[in-house]
Design a protein around this ligand. Structure first.
Ligand SMILES: Cc1cc2nc3c(=O)[nH]c(=O)nc-3n(C[C@H](O)[C@H](O)[C@H](O)COP(=O)(O)O)c2cc1C
Length: 335
């Protein structure tokens, strides 16, 4: 089912706190679609959030992580050894590999099917054709996130309705299926053109959008809508951690970089001490590395120390402004 987007702006799913039901409701009230983020949550929590949105009768989406292959335990153990000074610094014990999980993938898909979620998007890989077909039978519009034209061809083969074209400029984790080689250098207008030449599907652009001008440029490049995340991190309705809000408002960090240091999967964030110290050594290994560094990040958050937090943000982070989500939707939709 091809979705009719009333607004060119989609409020991105942002796992780890920023996505709230309030943010998704506010997006819908402003004429834009917002996505709930199922990532890291238990199926019970996702069911509660979906239930709340379903009752509201507003349009909304749900984003689900594809499971990844287990990490090499030896590489994660070696990284654990390297992180010991951080464990001592923050007074925490780091867990031991394998540290693998599938983020309750099957349960979350089942839940989306049962609740007939209007829009369901996937990241970190391509779902099986059966999963897409099951969601279609439930009436959902299905979106798959891709980061290259080659991934777009593979994703198109399972029958989704749209592709989300995520550029290297995007905040947080890349959907890349080749995390060892990912360098985060692609820009959204260029990537939309490349993917449009490779597949017939309608495309949602994502990455580096902080202004109405950025959104216009992506629509001109051929996108049907633009999924923005970073621009909404300071929204009143977002659940962004206070420490991240504070550093974004302070101008303390001037640059974003792509790193595997926190989670073992390439992600773009504000460049801090932890990134500088560990990016070169961090192995590919999501979600093991995510679980490995969790105690350090939790302790840093408790101490209000942004230097060991994953401060996910895209290249347009300096354009983010606080205020109601509706005002941010309006600003991005200008023109
Ligand atoms: C804090 C944060 C968390 C994110 N979490 C998710 C997620 O759970 N699932 C997903 O598909 N994309 C996630 N994204 C990526 C967005 O879907 C989107 O690709 C990105 O925000 C676009 O780039 P921008 O941040 O420059 O707007 C996240 C982005 C941010 C900033």
């Amino acid at each position: 089912m091809v979705w009719e987007f009333g607004s060119p702006v989609i409020v991105a799913p942002m796992a780890g706190g920023p996505s709230t039901t309030a943010l998704v409701r506010a997006a819908a009230a402003a004429g834009a679609v917002g996505f709930l983020a199922a990532g890291y949550k238990t199926p019970d929590v996702v069911a509660r959030e979906v239930g709340e949105l379903r009752e509201s009768g507003l349009p909304y989406g749900l984003n689900i992580f594809l499971p990844t292959a287990p990490a090499d335990p030896a590489a994660v153990s070696e990284y654990r050894r390297l992180l010991q000074p951080e464990a001592e610094r923050y007074g925490v014990e780091l867990p031991h590999p394998p540290l693998h999980d599938d983020d309750h993938f099957a349960d979350k898909v089942r839940l989306a099917v049962q609740a007939r979620v209007p829009l369901v998007s996937f990241t970190f890989g391509v779902p099986d054709r059966d999963v897409v077909a099951e969601l279609h039978r439930a009436g959902s519009t299905v979106l798959v996130t891709v980061t290259t034209a080659a991934e777009a061809r593979l994703a198109a083969a399972v029958g989704p309705d749209l592709l989300i074209v995520q550029a290297g400029t995007a905040g947080a984790h890349s959907a890349t299926t080749t995390p060892a080689d990912y360098d985060g250098s692609s820009t959204a207008p260029q990537l939309v053109r490349e993917v449009a030449a490779a597949v017939e599907l309608p495309l949602v652009a994502a990455g580096g959008t902080g202004t109405g001008e950025h959104v216009r440029e992506l629509i001109a490049a051929g996108a049907v809508a633009v999924q923005a995340g970073t621009a909404f991190l300071l929204a009143d309705e977002a659940g962004t951690r206070p420490a991240q809000r504070a550093v974004m408002l302070s101008g303390r960090y001037t640059e974003t970089v792509v790193t595997r240091a926190f989670t073992g999967r390439p992600a773009r964030g504000l460049r801090n001490r932890f990134i500088d110290a560990y990016s070169a050594a961090a192995p590919v290994g999501y979600p093991a590395v995510h679980h490995l560094t969790a105690p350090i990040r939790a302790a840093a958050a408790a101490q209000d120390d942004p230097e060991a937090l994953s401060l996910w943000a895209g290249t347009a982070f300096a354009d983010a402004r606080p205020g109601p989500a509706a005002a941010i939707v309006a600003r991005l939709s200008e023109g």
